[in-house]
Design a protein around this ligand. Structure first.
Ligand code: MV4
Length: 445
């Protein structure tokens, strides 16, 4: 087992990993940029090292500084959290070459699944339903037009090195397809240094259902049920929940078992999420794999009772999973609300600043994962999420009632937050009915 772990991240996920280490009796080495100096969560780590200025490319993304801390901090493993270097296969490789265990998937599987076209090929081999589309990258526009005529418009042009919606274009006819191919390839080249694009039939108004997976290095792979993340705006999730509302049990099991088959086929291990879209007839289609722990992992921890960060560390240390698929329940209903320092009245513009007053909700089934405190200054250098409010109750109705009670108790002053929008969302009839799709928030709010 590891004696010391470097946490190559910041904020609420760094605190989350510090807590898991503490409970496992593992020392934690935290890092901070000048913008995060003095944040209270750093005091909970055994050590905290400054790795550079606020700019992420000179601190949290700077591999050589992170590896330097790993060396002088004498750690045996590094946990990347999410964002920053969590899905950077080069970082995973550098860690392993420096004899530091990377708490995450093997870099080969990370690269293979990070490439959307090769992920589709693996999915098809594993008999996981994929959206009808091109068989690999699009080599020329005429080929694209032929494929689009076969699968029918509208079609979606996607960047193979993209993800999370970046570099996607919808085309309704041949003209917009030819134009879309040019602009998507140019954007992909600029954003990912990889202009490769592929085609998929556009599934209108899909739900976003993702499956939590964890696999060890002994061939054991289990799913930890699904999360519905359809309440999102411009690919930024606002609310996530488990189980997915109004999804028939047989569909749930098919989606979750498909995710297990895909991960097995890819030779993947550690935690990961297999993302699907689901149409109004409950047909589900594989979209992409997120080869990291995700922001919304607490939703799954609450319905399964499994500490995912601890399991990641144990798997990275070579332990076998301590549970089998039949041991994993999905108890009750968990709903997570992301709380962002953004102004919903101003197109969700970031609202950095100092929190002058903070009153947190509590009570049975209430969890608030956050690094902030009264007097904390939200930096403009990093993402705007200040915390996640997660509630877990026996039924979805009770969870919604509990969330609404928490929102009445929750007070944040000194910055604008998305809390006023949250109150409206939890009152929203379509949301309460569990019938929203991924376009709902943008169409309604
Ligand atoms: C799609 C789709 C419709 N049809 N693929 C968005 C980014 C990545 N998660 C995949 N995404 C989508 N792929 C086909 N063939 C609709 C989306 C999509 C979406 C998917 C999941 C969650 C939120 C979304 C928001 C807009 C579009």
């Amino acid at each position: 087992m590891f004696q010391r772990i470097l946490i190559a991240n910041r904020g609420e996920i760094a605190l989350r990993i510090i807590r898991a280490c503490r409970e496992l009796g593992i020392e934690s080495v935290a890092v901070f940029s000048e913008a995060d100096r003095g944040a209270h969560y750093l005091e909970l780590a055994d050590e905290a090292w400054c790795i550079g200025p606020a700019q992420a490319t000179d601190s949290y993304l700077l591999i050589k500084n992170l590896i330097s801390v790993a060396e002088i901090g004498n750690v045996q493993a590094v946990h990347p959290g999410y964002g920053f270097l969590a899905e950077n296969a080069h970082f995973a490789q550098v860690c392993r070459e420096c004899n530091i265990e990377f708490i995450g998937p093997p870099h080969q599987a990370m690269s293979q699944l990070g490439d959307k076209v090769s992920a589709r090929e693996i999915a098809m081999k594993a008999k996981v339903p994929c959206v009808p589309g091109s068989d690999g990258l699009i080599e020329d526009a005429d080929e694209a037009v032929r494929i689009a005529n076969e699968i029918g418009y509208p079609v979606l042009i996607k960047a193979t090195a993209g993800g999370g919606g970046k570099g996607m274009r919808v085309a309704d006819d041949e003209t917009s397809l030819r134009a879309g191919l040019q602009s998507a390839a140019a954007e992909a080249e600029k954003a990912f240094s990889n202009a490769g694009v592929y085609l998929e039939k556009y599934i209108g108004r899909p739900r976003h259902v993702e499956v939590q997976i964890i696999a060890d290095t002994h061939g054991n792979v289990v799913h930890l049920w699904e999360r519905d993340c359809s309440m999102q705006r411009k690919h930024q999730k606002l609310i996530e929940e488990s189980p997915a509302p109004n999804l028939p049990q047989n569909v749930r099991e098919d989606i979750c078992n498909s995710a297990v088959r895909l991960v097995k086929e890819a030779g993947y291990y550690n935690a990961g999420t297999v993302e699907f879209i689901v149409d109004s007839d409950f047909n589900f289609y594989f979209i992409e794999v997120n080869a990291r722990i995700q922001v919304e992992h607490p939703v799954t921890e609450l319905v399964t009772g499994i500490d995912l960060i601890k399991q990641q560390i144990l798997v990275a240390a070579g332990e076998e999973l301590p549970f089998r698929q039949e041991d994993i329940p999905c108890n009750g209903s968990a709903i997570e609300l992301r709380v962002n320092a953004e102004d919903p009245e101003n197109d969700f513009r970031g609202s950095p600043g100092t929190i002058s007053k903070l009153r947190l909700p509590g009570g049975l089934g209430v969890r608030f994962d956050s690094h902030v405190h009264e007097g904390y200054t939200i930096s403009p250098y990093y993402d705007s999420m200040i915390g996640k409010l997660i509630v877990h109750r026996p039924t979805r109705e009770e969870s919604i009632a509990c969330m609404k009670r928490c929102l009445r108790e929750f007070t944040v002053e000194g910055i604008k937050t998305t809390l006023p929008l949250a109150e409206k969302m939890f009152e929203d009839d379509a949301f309460v009915a569990g019938s929203v799709d991924t376009t709902y928030v943008e169409r309604t709010y």
